[in-house]
Every structure is written in C-alpha cells, then in structure tokens.
Write a protein that binds this ligand. Structure first.
Ligand SMILES: [Zn+2]
Length: 235
C-alpha cells in the first residue's frame, strides 16, 4: 500500500490532477458566464429575438421541419435531433441581445449539421450510450479493481473512462463547426453586420472553451487512473 491506497493515508498526490482540472473548468465557466452577461446587455441592431433569429436562419438554410420552443433555465439551450426541436432557454428565446442571438444561431448550427448529415455529429450521437456507460461505470469498476487488486477490472475501468474521453473529443469539432456555421449564417442573412458578429463570436468562443476545459479535465482524470493503476501493479 505505502501511500497508494485510496483513502488509506488520506488523499494521494494524484488527486492534484483532479483539482487542476476542476480549477480549470471553474475558471473557464466563470469567464463564459461573464462574457455572456456582458453581451446580454448589448441590444442587436436587427431588434430580432433569439427565437426570431433561429426561425430566420433555419428557413434560410431550407429547414422547415424543426420547431423552436422555449425551455426553463439559463444556458440550457440545445438542439434535440430526435424530436427535431430547437430548445432555447427563456432568456435567449425572448431577448434581442447579441448574446441571445449568438446562442440561438449556434443551436441552428446543430440543426443544420443534422439536416446536412455532418459526420462528426452522427459519430457523436452514436457514442452517446457508450459515453454514458463509461462515465457512470468506469469509477466503480476501477475502484473495485484497485481495492481487490484485480488487474482486468482496472483495465476495464480505464477503457470505459477512455470511451467517455473520446466522446468529449468528438464533441469539439461538432461545437466549433456549429459556431462557425452560426456566424456565417448571421452575416449571410444580414441579421448581424461584421461588428456585431464580433460580439457574438466572443460569446460563442467562450462557450466553446468550456468544452475544451472539460476535455482537458477528463484527460487529467484519465492520467490519474493510469498512474494509480501503474502504482497498484508495482505493489
Ligand atoms: Zn452546441
């Protein structure tokens, strides 16, 4: 055991990897919230709400079978490919701010990806069950392997966690692509001029960084699992 035991001498040093990931995620999400708040106070020249923007963009992209609905919460905006539903959080749905229009356009980006059968989106959707399994079972299985020194369980736990990390990796191109489609549509439809689009771009970049930080935090966790498993082998 000699210091490798989880909880045996309190926390082992690898927990620092976990903390580093948490601090990074918190910092990036705080920055995203403040950027969103800043551009939520700037009204757009078009005077369009998030919902009107979404409708205009979808129609300009030739999409008429997606419904736009308001949902509760903040930053809960998403596109549901199963229901073909674009859900905008209440502050985004009715707001005429640069931030709201940027977020609404981003969700349209996902609807357009779906309509055009954008490959990374399909891969991501296919990975959802694997990723859910990975994130819920990896730790219990790894811990069981760690406590009882069962090598195959350690390996299985690490593989499951790796599946969850891969899912986060595939999420990145999907998110970046949705934002670039959004900005392109905002300009080509004339909803925003290039100066205003600069504000929307900042909101979307800050949001994209939260996915990068989440991936980095998961990679640090994976590293931690590998180090713990390696230490267990040497015992
Ligand atoms: Zn997105």
């Amino acid at each position: 055991m000699y210091g490798y035991g989880l909880g045996y001498y309190g926390l082992d040093w690898t927990v620092l990897l976990l903390f580093a990931g948490m601090i990074l995620s918190l910092a990036v999400s705080a920055r995203m919230k403040s950027t969103f708040a800043k551009y939520s106070r700037i009204p757009s020249a078009s005077q369009m709400t998030g919902a009107q923007t979404a409708q205009r963009i979808l129609n300009a992209a030739g999409i008429y079978d997606v419904t736009i609905v308001p949902i509760r919460g903040q930053l809960t905006d998403h596109y549901d490919p199963g229901k073909k539903q674009l859900a905008l959080s209440e502050p985004v749905y009715a707001s005429r701010s640069l931030a709201a229009i940027g977020v609404a356009a981003h969700e349209c980006g996902h609807a357009i990806q779906h309509a055009r059968e954008y490959a990374p989106l399909n891969i991501r959707s296919a990975l959802v069950p694997v990723a859910n399994l990975g994130s819920s079972l990896s730790w219990p299985i790894f811990l069981a392997g760690f406590i009882f020194s069962i090598r195959p369980l350690l390996t299985l736990g690490i593989l499951l966690f790796t599946a969850a990390v891969l899912f986060q990796l595939v999420t990145l191109p999907v998110e970046f692509n949705a934002s670039s489609r959004a900005l392109q549509m905002l300009e080509s439809t004339g909803i925003m001029g290039s100066t205003e689009a600069g504000g929307a771009r900042k909101v979307l970049s800050a949001a994209a960084m939260t996915y990068v930080a989440a991936l980095a935090a998961s990679i640090l966790q994976l590293l931690r699992l590998l180090i713990l498993a390696g230490g267990r082998d040497r015992d």
